[in-house]
Design a protein around this ligand. Structure first.
Ligand code: 5MM
Length: 340
C-alpha cells in the first residue's frame, strides 16, 4: 500500500491548533437534534443546517476537517457548489461517516455491535469520487457492573479494525471511534476500567489487521463518571483519561480527537484543556465534537435564515475555544470574548 496520500491527509487533519467538526448525524439523530428547536427533519432543512455550518466565516482557523453524513456529500451550498467542493475551497478536508449504525449483539443482552462492513470498499469508491478523504466508524459500549461483555469488546474491536484496513486500502484515513457511553450511574473508576479494556482490544485488533497506525486517528470518549452521578473536575478527568491512553495507544498514532459524548460545550472544552496542560504527549490531543460544537449554534439558528450569522458566530466561537484547549491555553473567562 502506498501511504503517501494517507500521510498528506493526516498532516492536514492534525494541523495546529485545529480539530474536527463532526456533522455526520444520521437522519434519526439529526431528527432528535432538530426536535430540540421544533424543526422538522426534511432533506431541505438538513441541507440548510449543513450550509450554515460549512459556510461559517473563520471556521477553517480552528477546524481542519469536517465529518459529513453520506447525504451531505451529495448536497450543495446555496450557490450550487457541492459541499465537498466548498470544503476544498476553504482548506478543510471532507470526511464521511461510513458505519451503518448499531444493532443488538445476538445472545449478549445489553451489548451492541456496529454494522456496515459488507460492500464498504465499493461505497468508499463512490465517496472518494464525491471528494471525501477520511472516514469514521463508531462502536458503542454500554456500561454497567457487567457490561460491556467480552464478546462485545472483541466483536466491536474486530469490526473497527476491518473497517480501518479497508479504508486505508481505498486511500481513506480511518478515524476509529470507540465510545464508552456516559449513560448510567457508574463511577469514573468503572469508566476507566472499561475504557482501558476497550482500547487494549481495539489496538490488538488493529495490529492483527495490519492497519498502519501512522495513518489513522483515534476518536475516543473521555474517562468520565456516568451522567446520573456527580460531575468530576477537569483535572480528575484529565488524569484518568491520559493515564489510560498512555497504557493503550501506541505513540505511532498521530492524533487523538475526542468525542464530546453528552458533556456540555464548556465541560468538553475544559476537559480537553486540562489534558493538554498535563504536558507533552506522544500524540496530538484535540477535538472531534458534534454536540459540543453545534448545540449553541443550533439554538441560535432555530431554522430561521435571519439567524444564520448568529449561528455561525456561535459555532466559530466554540471552535476557537477548543483550539485554545488543544494548546492548553483555555481560560473560562475567554467565553466572554465577542465572537466576530
Ligand atoms: C458520539 O457521537 C459522535 C460525536 O458526537 P458528540 O461529540 O456529540 O458525542 C458523532 O460523530 C456521531 O458518531 C454522529 O453524530 C453520528 O451518530 P449516529 O448515532 O447518527 O450514527
Amino acid at each position: 500500500m502506498d501511504t503517501t496520500e494517507l500521510q498528506r491527509t493526516v498532516a492536514a487533519l492534525v494541523q495546529e491548533p485545529k480539530g474536527l467538526l463532526a456533522a455526520d448525524e444520521s437522519n434519526p439523530t439529526i431528527a432528535k437534534r432538530f426536535a430540540s428547536i421544533g424543526l422538522e427533519s426534511t432533506e431541505a432543512n438538513r441541507r440548510a443546517w449543513r450550509d450554515v455550518l460549512l459556510g461559517a466565516p473563520g471556521l477553517s482557523e480552528a477546524v481542519s476537517g469536517i465529518i459529513l453524513y453520506e447525504e451531505t456529500l451529495g448536497q450543495q451550498a446555496a450557490d450550487g457548489t457541492s459541499f465537498p467542493q466548498l470544503l476544498v475551497q476553504r482548506g478543510i478536508v471532507a470526511g464521511v461517516k461510513v458505519d451503518l449504525g448499531k444493532v443488538p449483539l445476538a445472545n449478549s443482552l445489553g451489548d451492541e455491535v456496529t454494522e456496515g462492513l459488507d460492500g464498504l470498499a465499493k461505497r468508499l469508491q463512490r465517496y472518494r469520487a464525491q471528494g471525501a478523504r477520511f472516514a469514521k466508524w463508531r462502536a458503542v459500549y454500554n456500561v454497567s457492573p457487567t457490561l460491556p461483555g467480552q464478546l462485545a469488546v472483541k466483536e466491536n474491536a474486530h469490526a473497527l479494525a476491518r473497517y480501518a484496513a479497508i479504508c486505508q486500502n481505498a486511500g481513506f484515513v480511518p478515524i476509529v471511534e470507540p465510545e464508552v457511553l456516559i449513560d448510567g450511574d457508574h463511577t469514573i473508576e468503572r469508566c476507566r476500567e472499561v475504557t482501558e479494556q476497550v482500547l487494549h482490544a481495539v489496538f490488538h485488533a488493529l495490529h492483527r489487521q495490519r492497519v498502519v497506525l501512522e495513518c489513522m486517528l483515534l476518536k475516543p470518549s473521555m474517562v468520565l463518571p456516568g451522567k446520573r452521578g456527580p460531575n468530576a473536575p477537569p483535572a480528575e478527568v484529565a488524569q484518568h483519561t491520559v493515564a489510560v491512553l498512555r497504557r493503550t495507544v501506541p505513540a505511532a498514532v498521530p492524533g487523538i480527537f475526542f468525542l464530546s459524548g453528552g458533556q456540555s460545550p464548556e465541560e468538553a472544552t475544559a476537559n480537553l484543556d486540562a489534558m493538554n496542560r498535563l504536558g507533552a504527549h506522544p500524540w496530538v490531543l484535540s477535538f472531534s465534537y458534534a454536540r459540543a460544537l453545534q448545540e449553541p449554534a443550533l439554538a441560535a439558528w432555530r431554522g430561521d435564515p435571519a439567524n444564520t450569522a448568529a449561528a455561525q458566530r456561535a459555532l466559530v466561537h466554540r471552535a476557537r475555544m477548543n483550539a485554545r484547549a488543544r494548546e492548553g491555553r483555555y481560560e473560562p473567562e475567554m467565553e466572554n470574548e465577542a465572537a466576530h
